[in-house]
Design a protein around this ligand. Structure first.
Ligand code: S3P
Length: 176
């Protein structure tokens, strides 16, 4: 099986859906942010605080290269992974790209905790909803690279998994 790659904005459910989807498909779950944290030995917010975003993006690129060289994985990307066209090209070579979306209010609720998401925190000048809306608008087109898209706003993670599994079966990516 080629890889199944979940892309999408922060708080759209890539990690929780990815873990469940991997279980459903019987393959390994590969979370790029966790791989970066393991490689650096510190958390994502700490990486941003100590070394800055360019350093994080470079580590992210390495993590993409390593993941894309493998197959049969469910890969959860970070919300900004697709900002780099080379990352998208690598992931597309051997992967079905699935985009998870959600409304501004749902993303806001899921990313309310300050300190976990440095890119959103940096954008937040006091109106977090505005920060989510602005960043989402800025990035919207980046997620158009997906082969398939699911709006997770009103779905449970299991419902999202059912939807994606149905798509993968129809497309012959996954046959069981
Ligand atoms: C980022 C999203 C985060 C993480 C990092 C940068 C972004 O991942 O990769 O904080 O630029 O959108 P999640 O989408 O899992 O929150």
């Amino acid at each position: 099986m080629k890889n199944v790659v979940l892309i999408g904005f922060m708080g759209t459910g890539k990690t929780s859906v990815g873990r469940l989807l991997a279980g459903r498909l019987g393959c390994a779950f590969h979370d790029l942010d966790r791989k970066i944290e393991e490689a650096c030995g510190i958390s994502i917010p700490q990486i941003f605080a100590q070394y800055g975003e360019p350093y994080f993006r470079a580590r992210e690129k390495e993590a993409v290269r390593a993941a894309a060289a493998r197959s049969g994985l469910v890969i959860a990307t970070g919300g900004g992974t697709v900002k780099d066209a080379a990352n998208v090209a690598l992931l597309k070579e051997n992967g079905a790209i699935i985009c998870l979306t959600a409304s501004v209010d749902v993303v806001l609720a899921r990313t309310a905790h300050v300190g976990d998401r440095p890119v959103l925190d940096a954008k937040d000048a006091g109106d977090r909803r505005q920060a989510v809306a602005d960043l989402m608008a800025e990035r919207r087109e980046l997620y158009d690279v997906a082969d398939y898209s699911v709006d997770t706003s009103d779905l449970s993670p299991l419902q999202v998994v059912d939807d994606i599994a149905g798509y993968l079966k129809r497309e012959g990516v996954f046959r069981a």
